[in-house]
Design a protein around this ligand. Structure first.
Ligand code: PA5
Length: 473
């Protein structure tokens, strides 16, 4: 495993290298140096008193040991028959685990023969889609499955509904006593329905640390337990995060990738009207990291009110793209559409595999030039070509380079984006840790389905403006 820092490169955000309407002078970024120091001081003070606990997740030895202990205990009690981990959760309780497993496991992990895989298959029940949930029941044997139900609040409708369905399905096949032994609940240590169920049934459970919200929870048992069960080296993941923590402790804007990335995004938004941020890894494995990033940015910074109560409608729209696929879908817009996007292109220096493209059909134009090159070379050429094309169109481009996709580098990415997001909250003067917009949707759902205490929400829904047939085709 290559254990090196990831590289952050902002050359092509600077007008000196990439002149145009959407790039900036270095002096513009320098003007944030003092503000950065001020915010840094406030962040470190908050960290010190424990009010930003996500910062210390790489070092929570007790939680990390507990994850391993519970996982080993489950594995031992299931023995040879353990075949599947079924993770039930949504949003922040699911996207981190999906990003981790997609980036660090074999791309077709579940299809690899057990003798080679040496870890259970892993499934995520995230959506409340009857076809998908029923589909899961067709491929999962309850006798051989461990369910990890994850919900910080312990009350969210989607995971709880899926959990009830899975509970029924498994109970009917294996009985309640065996089932209880095959469930691990990851939730708040005190509050919420899931906590009560876990305590009442005597389920194994794992804590989500106080003050760590869903989208900041990938390095808590929320992400660590599924990852460990699936065979991911969580110690190295946390070591990578700790390395990034070291880099992010620097108050110098130009030495701190998280702060600099936040400043660049914020400044482009404020001064150049760049209100979208595209994250485009040239790697299939990292595609779900973009999904995770989308939630982190959108839920944290998309806010109507500032901390002082003014209406601000803050936030850039995060966009997920994947190279090389989106060259055939999005690039036309990215190059020739409005100047409203900043691009982060992630490159990978060493893929886990190296494939020579064979020299068949040499006499044909469309295939002759490919033989003798590697697939890796083609990916890298396309990445560089996209960067060049974007620069030719005067678009701001940030590059992040990973020496390799491994737990060490992925841990750095997660940590960097979390620090960047909290720092950006200070720049926008919004609370990056709450999500009132998400809560409202949850509450209307409760009201609609008749949950006690949410009658007012039901009333509001019933008072929806009546629709006219005139406007329905
Ligand atoms: O980041 C967040 O806070 C949300 O996306 C939550 O993770 C999501 O709504 C699920 O909530 P919970 O874990 O309480 O079920």
């Amino acid at each position: 495993m290559i254990k090196k820092p990831i590289i952050y490169d902002y050359n092509y955000v600077l007008s000196e290298k990439n002149p145009g309407p959407a790039t900036v002078k270095i002096e513009e970024l320098e003007s944030y140096s003092n503000k950065t120091r001020e915010i840094h001081k406030q962040l470190m003070e908050k960290r010190e008193i424990g009010s930003l606990p996500f910062y210390d997740l790489p070092y929570r030895k007790k939680d990390i040991s507990l994850v391993k202990e519970v996982a080993e205990d489950v594995k031992k009690s299931m023995g040879e028959k353990l075949e599947n981990i079924l993770v039930v959760g949504i949003g922040g309780s699911s996207l981190g685990g999906i990003a981790l497993t997609k980036s660090l496991l074999h791309p077709f992990h579940n299809l690899v023969p057990q003798e080679i895989r040496k870890a259970p298959r892993i499934f995520f029940a995230e959506n409340i889609d009857a076809d998908e949930v029923k589909g899961l029941f067709d491929v999962i044997d309850p006798e051989k499955t461990v369910v990890n139900i994850i919900s910080k609040s312990g009350n969210t409708a989607e995971p709880m509904a899926n959990f009830l369905l899975i509970y029924k399905f498994m109970k009917e096949k294996i009985g309640e006593d065996s089932l209880k032994n095959q469930i691990v609940a990851t939730t708040d240590t005190q509050k919420g329905t899931l906590r009560k169920i876990a305590d009442d049934l005597g389920l194994r459970s794992l804590p989500i640390p106080e003050g760590v919200g869903g989208r900041f929870s990938v390095l808590t048992p929320v992400g660590l337990f599924p990852a460990y069960m699936a065979g991911i080296d969580i110690d190295t993941l946390l070591e990578g995060a700790a390395l990034m923590d070291k880099r992010c402790k620097n108050e110098d804007l130009f030495k701190n990738p998280a702060y600099l990335n936040a400043v660049i995004h914020f400044h482009l938004h404020r001064t150049r009207n760049i209100n979208m941020a595209v994250l485009m890894p040239y790697s299939q494995a990292l595609s779900q990291v973009s999904d995770w990033y989308r939630q982190l940015l959108a839920e944290s910074l998309g806010k109507k009110f500032s901390l002082s109560g003014e209406i601000v409608y803050a936030g850039q729209t995060p966009i997920k793209a994947v190279g090389a696929i989106d060259q055939h879908s999005q690039i036309q817009l990215y190059r020739e559409g409005p100047f409203d996007k900043v691009f982060t292109i992630i490159g990978v220096e060493n893929f886990r595999n190296f494939l020579n493209i064979p020299s068949f059909f040499d006499s044909y134009d469309g295939t002759g030039y490919l033989g003798g090159h590697t697939l890796n070379e083609l990916m890298e050429a396309e990445r560089k070509a996209t960067i060049l094309a974007l620069i030719k169109s005067q678009r701001p481009v940030i590059e992040i380079d990973l020496p390799e996709i491994n737990p060490y580098t992925v841990g750095q990415i997660f940590y960097m984006y979390e620090v960047q997001t909290v720092f950006a909250g200070y720049l926008y003067n919004v609370n990056s840790l709450d999500q009132p917009g998400v809560e409202a949707g949850k509450q209307y759902t409760y009201g609609m389905l008749g949950r006690k205490g949410f009658e007012k929400m039901r009333e509001e829904i019933n008072n929806f403006p009546a629709k006219s047939k005139d406007y329905i085709l």
